[in-house]
Design a protein. Structure first.
Length: 268
């Protein structure tokens, strides 16, 4: 059942307001030695997590609230967590501001489009499938964030015709290794999510969501194989990463956006 919810009555509305304001503070420009932007980001991230839990509608409905906007919000929440850990070693102010503004926008979007109530009793595998799937989105999102930094370094090398050995103080090779560690971790989690989904009696092989997910899985598999056996690096590798991530976004969030927002239909 897709809900028509007054944003002011939506679960977690108050938390969303507090979290969005905290993200806004974290996005303000400040000297790199100032600690308050990072503190604001940590506070916003914590409130964001509580808002995500509230948005599930636990105890309010006969099921859980699932939708494209909450899924996007959860994905960026995981990416912010990764950035928060890494920024303790290498603070990147520009990335902090972009992530904070993105997370703020998606928190608000999740209130405006809370999604639909999905029963969880129809399959014991469904909750695990959703958790694994969304976690893979977060890992691929972190990989994309690192890949964008790699591409920016590559562009600087092309423009200046100089060797760039670090990106925001991080060794370039280390950044590249971290990027593909996230790809590999995301691929493992995605594989588990698909395996669990196939165990569900409601799995549909010919559904466009399934087809796009399998195409995304195959793209990431090709990227990992190409990197190990053919030595893919640089833009050749990041293009495969972007393509796989786009397929995954279209598979779940894209299909739900069309059904929930454009067609106002309940997915089967």
């Amino acid at each position: 059942m897709i809900l028509s919810v007054d944003p002011l009555q939506a679960p977690g509305f108050g938390l969303t307001v507090v979290g969005a304001l905290a993200y806004l503070v974290a996005a303000l420009p400040a000297p790199i030695e100032r600690r308050w932007p990072a503190q604001a980001l940590v506070a916003a991230w914590g409130v964001h997590g509580l808002a995500l839990l509230a948005g599930l509608g636990l105890g309010r409905y006969e099921g859980l609230m699932i939708g494209f906007a909450p899924a996007l919000s959860f994905t960026v929440w995981l990416v912010v967590a990764v950035y928060g850990i890494e920024s303790r070693l290498v603070p990147v102010p520009g990335v902090r501001r972009v992530l904070a503004l993105t997370a703020m926008a998606l928190m608000v979007l999740a209130v405006l489009f809370p999604g639909e109530v999905r029963a969880v009793a129809h399959s014991r595998w469904a909750p695990l499938h959703w958790v694994l799937g969304l976690t893979s989105y977060g890992l691929f999102g972190a990989a994309v964030l690192h890949a964008l930094l790699l591409d920016a370094a590559d562009q600087r090398m092309r423009d200046k015709r100089a060797i760039v050995s670090t990106v925001y103080g991080m060794p370039l090779l280390k950044l590249e290794r971290m990027t593909f560690r996230f790809v590999e971790a995301g691929f493992v989690v995605l594989t588990l999510a698909l395996a669990v989904g196939m165990a569900s009696p409601n799995w549909r092989w010919l559904e466009h969501k399934t087809v796009l997910s399998l195409l995304g899985w195959a793209t990431f598999a090709a990227l990992i194989i190409g990197r190990v056996w053919r030595g893919w690096r640089g833009r050749q590798a990041t293009r495969w990463l972007y393509a796989g991530t786009l397929l995954m976004l279209l598979a779940y969030m894209g299909s739900r956006f069309v059904l929930e927002v454009l067609l106002h239909k309940t997915p089967g």
